[in-house]
Design a protein around this ligand. Sequence first.
Ligand SMILES: Cc1ncc(COP(=O)(O)O)c(C=O)c1O
Length: 464
Amino acid sequence: MPVHHTTRSKNLDAYASLAAGRALPKYQMPEDGINPDVAYNLVMDELMLDGNARQNLATFCQTWMEPNIHAIMDKCVDKNMIDKDEYPATAELESRCVHMLADLWHSPEAEEAAGCSTIGSSEAAMLGGLAMKFRWRARRRKEGKDFSRPNIVTGPVQVCWHKFARYFDVELREIPIQHDRLGMDGAVLAGYVDENTIGVVPTFGVTFTCHYEPVEEICQALDRIQKEKGFDIPVHVDAASGGFIAPFVEPDIKWDFRLPRVMSINASGHKYGLAPLGVGWVVWRDKKSLPDDLIFWVNYLGGNMATFALNFSRPGGQIVAQYYLLTRLGRQGYREIMANLYKSAACIREGIRELGDFETFFGGDPQKGIPAVSWTLHPDVRHYSLYDLSDRLRMRGWQVSAYSMLPNIQETVVMRVVLRHGFSDDMALLFLEDVKRCLEYFKKHPVSVVQTSGEVNVFDHAGR
Ligand SMILES: Cc1ncc(COP(=O)(O)O)c(C=O)c1O
C-alpha cells in the first residue's frame, strides 16, 4: 500500500515530518514556517554539498578555530561593531587591536595610531587607497594643479585593487610581470610613476606567486625618484597575508612603518591573523596620515561617533576574537604556529619534488613569502594536466587550485597549496599520499595530452 500522509503526529523524527517529504523552497518565501529543529536539519543537509573547509588548500582564510573562538562568536552574535555607543567595550577591544598592530608594524606613534577594523582586506585596501587619493588631491588643489587624473602603481595585485581603481576613478598602472621578474621591484618603478601617482602599492604576499614584493627596495627607488623628479609618492602595503606572518618569523625584513615612506598598511585578520571570517585591519603610520575628510561623524546612535568605514553595521564577534587571539597566543604563539606551517610547507615541497613529475615554482621560504608551495608540471609529462590533478584530488576532498599565471607568462600553469592554522605535517603526508595515488591512476588512465602551445586536449578517463 503506498504511504501517503497528510497529517503527522507531533514530536516525530525530523525525517518523518511533512517538510522532509518536500523540497525546500527555492524561489518564493513559503506562507507557513517549519518546526525549527526540522528546518535546522534540512538546511544543514543542504550544506553537506559544500567542500570540507579544512581540506581547502586554495584559500588564504581561516578554517580552523579553537572552541573558545566558537564560544566568543556565539556570545557576540548581537554585537554591532558600528554602534560604539551601545557597545563601548567592543569598541575598546577594536581600538586595542589597532594599537597592538600599529606597534607590531613599528608605527612611530603606536599608542596614538589611526586605524580601524574592516570586513576584510578589500575594504581595508579601499580605505588606504582613498586616503592616498584624498591626500594627493588636497596637495594638488593647494598647489593650484590639475587633480583630475590620479593613478596608482602596483605589481600583480589582488582584485580588490582593480575594484578600488574602478569604483573610485583612479587609473591602475599594474606593472606586468616577466619570467625573470614576478613582481614589482625598485628598478621598474621610474617608468610608471608621475606627478599624478597617488601612491605605490607593493603586496607583501602576492596572491598569485605567494612571494613578498621588496618593499624596502621600492621605497628606496621612490626616494631616488623624489630626488630626481620631485614626486613625493607614499606607499601603502597590502600585507593581507604577510602582515601577520613576517613580524613573527622574519622580523628583520623591513616592509612596515620602519620605512618612512610607508603611510598605511592593510592585513586580513581572518587570514594569518587567525580570526574567524569577517575581519580586516587598516592602520596609518600616524594620525595626520588619515585625512580628516574621510571621517564622518554620526550622532543618531547615542554619542557623537567617528566612522570611516565603507560599511555601517557589521558583526563585532570577529574583532573580539581577534583581541582574544592576540592576547591568548602572544607573539610566541603566533611565531610557533607560523613556524610549523613553514615546516609543513617544506614537507609538501620535498614530497612533491620526490614524485618526479613537478618543478617547484614557489618553495615556501619564510624570507621570500608566505607558507605556501606551488609547482608546475614538468614539460615531459603530457598524459595529464594540473587541472586534471586538481579535479582528481577533489575526489578525496582536497581543494587545490591550478591556475595559469598572469599575462606575459600565462602559459605557465601552477598548482598551489596554502598552509594555514589547523594544518599539520600529518595532514601534509596524507595529502602527498593522495597526490601519489592520483599519479598512479593517471599512469594507467592518461587523461590529457598537452600540446606544445600549452593547450590541453581532454580525453575521457579511459584515455580515449
Ligand atoms: C594580497 C591580497 N590583498 C587583498 C585580498 C582581499 O582580502 P579579503 O578577502 O580579506 O577582502 C587578498 C585575498 O586573498 C589578498 O591575497
